[in-house]
Design a binder for this molecule. Structure first.
Ligand SMILES: [Cu+2]
Length: 357
């Protein structure tokens, strides 16, 4: 049997030998082609999974190295069907079956040996564009694979910071909207300040052919995407995923703790006005840059699509702290919310909800 080669995949995509993928929207297929492609996908049987929401605490621990290393990383594209909310299903595209994709943690100066798998259970070509990669397309063309293919990429993490990675095939907006984005953290050589808890949250929006909350299987809507009119705006891929309403709080901490949030906006189109209700970002690294000094006491930080922020919060008093996009209709009506719960002693000097006269 003739095996599909990567070269054939690139030719089929109209990319043979041309750096035409990431950052070049002019190569994108027409809306009609995209919709056709999506319909074909929808006709195939997808693997049904119970959950696509990444566990926000599933982060590799801080690195304890003073020398660069070679790090092996495997990413797998997984097309799955799951619920956005109770009774609403959707064909997601993911890295590793989760949104955002697996958190990758390396150190500045490390060499990453990436294996990118596109199993033959998938129906679409996929790839990865890492913003931490210095090189054409962030590795997108080098990793473009058809179902059944595996690609390899070797790169050096030359600058520190938290960077998005995302799918960048010609239908890149659709693939990101279907869930294909995540964070690669490149720790600075001297590491990062110690904290009590680290969290991983990714925001993105989903465009479907039905109303928000309408039960049943939602198809992808290219028209809604082109109009930037999402049906859902989500943190970790499902409505209110990391709240007590769904899988529980993103984390439960103790008063006095410091939590660090790694936040990525996948988009593909909407920026997030990222804010912790009842709190401020104690320290915040704009755009996830670890080469600049952090800002202090930031209430709301704009995180554009294709970017990140690293921010810490302190918890002087107990309670539920809501992480939101302060474009609040997205929170109230489209599912965009995460909650961090702090437990411990009240501190009425800081906050007294029932002062005695
Ligand atoms: Cu993809």
């Amino acid at each position: 049997m003739l095996k599909t080669t990567r070269r054939r995949t690139l030719q089929a995509l109209g990319l043979g030998g041309v750096a035409a993928v990431a950052g070049c929207a002019s190569e994108a297929p027409s809306a009609e082609q995209t919709q056709q492609q999506q319909t074909t996908v929808a006709q195939q049987t997808k693997q049904d999974v119970d959950r696509v929401a990444a566990d926000p605490t599933d982060i590799p621990g801080p690195l304890d190295r003073s020398e660069p290393a070679e790090v092996d990383v495997t990413l797998t594209a997984e097309e799955v069907t799951a619920e956005i909310e109770d009774g609403v299903t959707f064909d997601f595209m993911t890295y590793g079956g989760q949104i955002p994709g697996p958190f990758i943690r390396v150190r500045q100066g490390d060499t990453v040996n990436l294996t990118f798998e596109n199993p033959d259970s998938n129906s679409m070509p996929h790839n990865v564009d890492f913003h931490a990669v210095a090189g054409p397309g962030g590795g997108a063309e080098a990793t473009t694979t058809a179902p059944g293919e595996t690609a390899h990429l070797k790169f050096k993490a030359t600058y520190p910071g938290a960077y998005i990675y995302h799918c960048a095939v010609p239908n890149m907006d659709m693939h990101i909207s279907a869930g294909m984005f995540g964070i690669i953290l490149v720790e600075p050589k001297d590491g990062m300040p110690e904290v009590d808890e680290e969290l991983y949250i990714g925001q993105h929006e989903v465009y479907t052919d039905k109303e928000t909350g309408e039960t049943g299987k939602h198809g992808f809507s290219v028209d809604a995407m082109a109009a930037e009119d999402p049906t859902y705006v989500l943190m970790n891929g499902e409505k209110y995923a990391t709240t007590p309403e769904k899988y529980g709080p993103a984390a439960t901490v103790e008063t006095g703790d410091t939590a660090r949030v790694f936040f990525v906006t996948g988009g593909p189109n909407l920026a997030s006005s990222f804010h912790p209700i009842g709190n401020v970002w104690e320290t915040l690294y704009p755009e996830g840059s670890l080469s600049t000094k952090p800002q202090k006491h930031i209430q709301t930080r704009l995180v554009p699509p294709g970017s990140t922020t690293i921010a810490t919060m302190d918890f002087p008093v107990p309670g539920d702290y809501k992480l939101v996009d302060h474009s609040l209709s997205r929170v109230a009506r489209k599912g965009c919310l995460s909650i961090v719960r702090a437990e411990g002693e009240e501190n009425t000097e800081v906050f007294d909800p029932d002062p005695q006269q």
